[in-house]
Each structure stands twice: as C-alpha cells, then as structure tokens.
Design a protein around this ligand. Sequence first.
Ligand SMILES: *[C@@H]1O[C@H](CO)[C@@H](O)[C@H](O)[C@H]1NC(C)=O
Ligand SMILES: *[C@@H]1O[C@H](CO)[C@@H](O)[C@H](O)[C@H]1NC(C)=O
Ligand SMILES: *[C@@H]1O[C@H](CO)[C@@H](O)[C@H](O)[C@H]1NC(C)=O
Ligand SMILES: *[C@@H]1O[C@H](CO)[C@@H](O)[C@H](O)[C@H]1NC(C)=O
Length: 468
Amino acid sequence: MLLLLLLLASTCFCVCLQVDGQTLHVSGQKNKNKCVCEVNSTLWSFPALQYEEVLMQVQICEGSLKNLQEQVALSSLRLPQIQSRMANVTSRLEPFQYLHYKGLYNVLSLQLLGEKLNQLETNIGAVHSQLNNAQTQKFSKELGELRTSIDRMQTSDTVNMKIVTDKLRYLKNSVESCKTIPKDFKGTHSYCRNTLMTNISEPITTKISPYGKSYTSGSWGRQAQSDTDSQQNSYWVIALISGHIHGNTLRVYQTYEDFMAAAKHRDYTVAPSYSHTNAIEGPSGILYGEALYYHCYRSADICRYDLITNTVQRVTLPDSGVGFNNKFPYCYYDCRLNSDIDLEADETGLWVIYATVGNHGNLVVSRLVWDTEAKTLNVTQTWETRLFKKAVSNAFMVCGVMYATRYVDEYREEVFYAFDTATGKEKNTLALPLEKVAKGVASLSYNPTNKQIYMYNDGYLLAYQAQF
Ligand SMILES: *[C@@H]1O[C@H](CO)[C@@H](O)[C@H](O)[C@H]1NC(C)=O
Ligand SMILES: *[C@@H]1O[C@H](CO)[C@@H](O)[C@H](O)[C@H]1NC(C)=O
Ligand SMILES: *[C@@H]1O[C@H](CO)[C@@H](O)[C@H](O)[C@H]1NC(C)=O
Ligand SMILES: *[C@@H]1O[C@H](CO)[C@@H](O)[C@H](O)[C@H]1NC(C)=O
C-alpha cells in the first residue's frame, strides 16, 4: 500500500495505490509543500500476513521499519514485483500442496528427506567401517550424489522429489541387505539359489477348522523352526474367537495324525482374555521353536509367547506410523479385519510384514530376532517396498523373498509379486496359482521345514507344496 503525495494548489489529491494495483484518489488540503489527506484506514486492509510470508520466503526487505517504509515509498514497482514473486513461489509450492492434501505424502518435505539422509549416512558409515568393500564404497558414492540432489532441491525445484525419495528407498534397502542375513543360508538350502518359486501345488491337505467353519479368521501351520528341540512335528491352530479380530488361545497337536483326527490337542492360554494387552490381534500368528509370535492387542508391538515358561515378551516396531487397528489391513477384493501386522518364518528366520505411513501405506518387511542370551526380541533390519498393502490379499516369506497374493475368483488366488530382501529387487509379473475352497484368505504362511504353504481359508485349513 502506497501513499503518494501530489502537490497541487490549495486543494490536492492523494493517490493511494492498492495491493490489487488499483488506484484510489482521496482529496486533502495543501499545507506548506505537503498534501495532507485523511484516509479511512478500513478502505483497504494491508495484507500483513501475506506480506510477512513474502518477507520470510524471499528474504528481502530486511532492516528497520523506517527503512522499509522508505524503500516501499521509493518505488511503486516494488510491491507488484513482490507480489509476482510470491505468486511464483506459491505456484512452485502447489504440486507439493496437492500431494499433501491428497494425503499421499504426509511426510513429504525437504527437511524430512534431509533427516532420512542423515540416518542413512550413519548406517552406511557403520556398515562401511565393518566391511569397507566395493559395495559400501558404491553406497557412499550414491549417497553423495543424493545429498547433492537434495541440496540442489533446496534452491530450485527442478529435481523430481518422487525420484529422489525412490532412490533413497532403494539405497536404504541395499544397506539393509548388506547388514545381513546369515551368509550361508542359501548354501544350506540349495533351492533358495533358484531365485524364485516356480509353482505351487494343488492343496495337499484340506480340513475344516477344529473350532468350526463359523470362525472365519485365524492362522494355522506346522512348527516352523527346523532345529528346535520341542514341538518338532506339531501342528497348531489359532481361531480369532472374538469378533474375528481377537483371540487368546493357541491349540497344538503333537502329530499330523492327531491334527487330522482333531484328537489329543493341548491349549495354551497366551493371555487371560481377548482384550488383554497380550491378546492376539488379527490372523498374525506363527509357531517358531518353543514360542508363538503374533501381533499384540491394539498396538504396534510384536509379542512372543513362550510355550515353556508361559511368559510374554514384546517389541515395538521401530518405524514411524506403523499401521494397526485396521489402518493398513490386507484388502484386495475384501478387507481382512485387523490383518495389519503379519508374522512369518522362512529359511532365514522370523519376519514381520506390515505397512507404515512413512512408506505411504506400502508394504514394509522387517527381520525379527529372538536374542536367547539377552532374552529380548529385536528388529534388526527393515526394507520398504513400493507395493500398497491394501492392494494385496496376503503375503508370506520364502528364502528371504516376500511374496504377495491377489484375489482372482472365489476358488483361486494368485501370487503376483515378489520382493527379494537380498537384492532389493521387485518383480510383479508372477502368476502362481493357489486353489482354495472359500472366498476369503485370512492368513498365508510358508514353512521352511517341509516347504509347505498354509492357508487359513475362511473356516478351512489348506496346505500346498511350494515348487522351486
Ligand atoms: C470507514 O469506512 C467504513 C466502511 O467503508 C465505515 O464503516 C466507517 O464508518 C468509516 N470510518 C470513518 C472514520 O469514516
Ligand atoms: C518463477 O521464477 C523462476 C526464476 O525466477 C522462473 O524460472 C520460473 O519460470 C517462474 N515460475 C513461474 C510459474 O512464474
Ligand atoms: C502349477 O500348479 C498348478 C496346480 O496348482 C497346475 O495345475 C499347473 O499345471 C502347474 N503349472 C506348471 C507350469 O507346472
Ligand atoms: C537386542 O537388543 C538388546 C537390547 O536392545 C541388545 O542388548 C542385544 O545385543 C540385541 N541383540 C541382537 C541380536 O541384536
């Protein structure tokens, strides 16, 4: 807002230049060599907020208020310039605002990218100091390039933010793979060297849940740890008795024959009630060694129920914005209630499959380790994929590779996606069929001891043979 003084005879006019570029004439009295006008201050309102924003964003117009007024008075061109500058800045921010409002990238900001980069630098530093080989040198180099890109983004928006976040994700995954999985596991399990599964058999076991067909959600399988002392040939079933969401009982059969005959089971009560803090949430469980691992009641925690000591240990998933309480369930075709956090086992050990806000609701895979010395559950590595969790019907791990399925029709599912944690590579062109007897898939898990895949298919329990 400018007030220009016009010198006329005894009456004179003041010309007010308004923000929108229009002028306003106000009459006044000549006094010495000034024109004095009374101006109703509500005639215009100075866009103080916008102006401050401009000040902050373009960082000109520093100095005292007096200097500022002089500067403004000096040139009637200044404000339009600032306005166009602001319009420019606003238009450059728009694409990011669009993303923000769409809720796609609620953490998308340069600052956050910077933080992620710092974290990654620390991680690469640690891995580098341990290994210092061509691979870690390559990481450091790629990281340097990424840093340059982000620095450049702070001065101009010419770099596509999505590409940078993708590069960052890729690099992060590579570092996780480096941190590493037992080096010899592919040697002990030679079939794991043949990159991916080639096919899946027809169901080789079909049985109605011992709890009855009305319990449509749960999980089941065979003891998944090969070198365990206890429960070696045992089969287990969990039915989510409360609202198809919560349960507190693990049923174990010592042999396949007992399981098929639904005879001689033993029930373990993992929590005193369905709504206890240690209760089982969602079709998440897996029996591995002498413990049941599962998603604990209404939390971002993984629980470990020890079958020998009857005690529960837990660990919180480390990432920001871990989805639970039905935030990121498996959803392809039909959503499976509270299937947010899924425990799996394979040749390399235990895994957790879930999704985070930080990874935009896409699947995240973490490695879980039970430290027998310290008696703690630890999450040691985390990989982020680009596959939206709600766009798959289930997922499981085989040989360090995560496989995801989708619904084809009432009697068929299909494995269509694989993510290899050893390389960070994704493949979404698979088409491995899985026949089923009912529509809904509550859980799918692989067992490395016999290479079978177990499906809780509404109230039916099915098993398949994986082929390599
Ligand atoms: C200033 O203008 C507003 C609206 O145009 C009017 O309501 C108000 O009475 C005016 N004030 C004076 C002091 O003339
Ligand atoms: C904003 O300003 C930059 C540099 O001054 C220019 O390259 C760009 O084209 C402008 N953008 C718009 C939308 O005016
Ligand atoms: C894959 O397995 C299915 C049974 O699930 C079978 O019908 C099909 O012929 C197999 N495909 C190949 C290429 O072996
Ligand atoms: C697990 O975490 C505990 C405590 O945070 C730590 O002392 C221990 O070394 C970790 N174990 C593994 C195998 O990472």
